[in-house]
Design a protein around this ligand. Structure first.
Ligand code: ADP
Ligand code: MG
Length: 355
């Protein structure tokens, strides 16, 4: 049983298609993210789910029932917007009670419900506070409490952390995940920030130009991207352009545009002669001598110390290669010769992305 399903949903504006054949199924109580660059169609998809836009084709189901004919207020979903949209002239308690009052619930029911939801978001007893007395993080929690008090089947969050500064965003990522867990309600979260999606989600759909490129757990997307777009969008990678010259079983050879032959693994339908890109994660690289085809010689350009996330930049021809090799970083000298090596199966080869 899914809390939310989309089946082949498409939305066109005139002859522009913003969302193309999108399908998803979100199991009850899970945290699902849609991750994609600005303009790829995330908000349009969410607005269709909430009922503010009508799909050109396809179906949307909440708890198994199609909602296409229902107006927004008859769908049991709630939406948290980027700018939260709290009412500044009302107290915290009035903000949270608003939806219950609109539903015509009695005063004697509303008070305890507001108190209970404030408790659950960690702000007990703050009914009488003014909105402008709250910190950014507290406003966020009130915005969520205001939706959750209505007990939606699905909470939709459209880049809700976008307006916060970096430090608070880092903190709110963890807090949002905990809140979702607390309420055991399905969250559909949209973002262009891959680290938000990876940290919080049970599953992520990576969206590009109106389509879903891949749906999977954060680990599956990171370890087994199905396209160059996903490999490039999820996590950090060094990307080398070249031409696929030979494929032998699991191993393939690429002639780099900058010269030199390297070995890797083809991860899509690319074949000999195709223009490709080779993706190398910094943590898949080591410094030191390696076999032909699985190493490149260069010079140490700089050491970027950042505790456990320290990196070395190695200049190979006109390209900088980022290496995360915890054992080597401390002993390197800027300008020294260095070799970057990898095991061929960690170099992922995909068709070159269109520019
Ligand atoms: N009402 C509309 N009319 C025409 N084009 C629209 C409309 N709404 C969105 N679009 C277009 O659809 C594309 C996707 O927009 P949007 O869903 O807001 O992307 P995202 O939320 O991923 O940044 C954009 O090119 C946008 O200009
Ligand atoms: Mg948007």
């Amino acid at each position: 049983m899914y809390d939310l399903s989309c089946a082949d949903v498409t939305k066109s504006f005139g002859n522009f298609t913003a969302v193309r054949n999108v399908s998803l199924d979100i199991p009850s109580g899970s945290f699902f993210s849609i991750l994609g660059p600005s303009g790829c169609g995330k908000t349009t998809l969410m607005r269709m789910i909430a009922g503010f836009e009508t799909p050109t084709s396809g179906d949307i189901r909440i708890k198994g029932d199609s909602v296409l004919t229902l107006p927004p207020n008859k769908r049991n979903v709630k939406m948290v917007f980027q700018h939260l949209a709290l009412f500044p002239m009302m107290t915290v308690g009035e903000n949270i009670a608003y939806g219950l009052r609109c539903r015509g619930e009695s005063k004697s029911d509303i008070g305890p419900k507001v108190a209970r939801v404030l408790d659950r978001v960690g702000l007990p007893g703050s009914e009488d506070k003014q909105i402008d007395q709250l910190s950014g993080g507290q406003k966020q929690r009130i915005a969520i409490a205001r939706c959750m008090v209505l007990e939606p089947d699905v909470l939709l969050l459209d880049e809700p952390l976008g307006a916060l500064d970096l430090k608070l965003r880092e903190h709110m990522k963890i807090e949002l995940k905990q809140l979702q867990h607390q309420f055991e309600t399905t969250f559909l979260y949209i973002t262009h920030d891959q680290s938000e999606a990876l940290v919080m989600s049970d599953n992520v759909a990576v969206m590009n130009a109106g389509r879903f490129e891949q749906i999977g757990s954060p680990k599956a997307l990171y370890d087994d991207p199905s396209s160059g777009f996903v490999a490039g969008f999820v996590g950090d990678s060094n990307v080398l352009s070249g031409t696929l010259t030979e494929v032998r079983g699991d191993e393939a050879q690429v002639m780099l545009d900058g010269g030199g032959l390297i070995l890797g693994r083809v991860c899509d339908a690319s074949k000999a002669g195709d223009k490709v890109e080779v993706f190398l994660r910094p943590e898949s690289l080591r410094l030191g001598a390696g076999a032909e085809g699985t190493m490149m010689a260069g010079k140490v350009e700089s050491l970027l110390f950042n505790g456990a996330s320290s990196r070395v930049l190695i200049r190979v021809d006109d390209q900088l290669i980022e290496v995360a090799d915890p054992e080597q970083s401390s002993s390197l000298v800027k300008g020294a010769d260095a070799q970057v090596r990898w095991s061929a199966d960690r170099a992922r080869i995909f068709a070159r992305r269109s520019a």
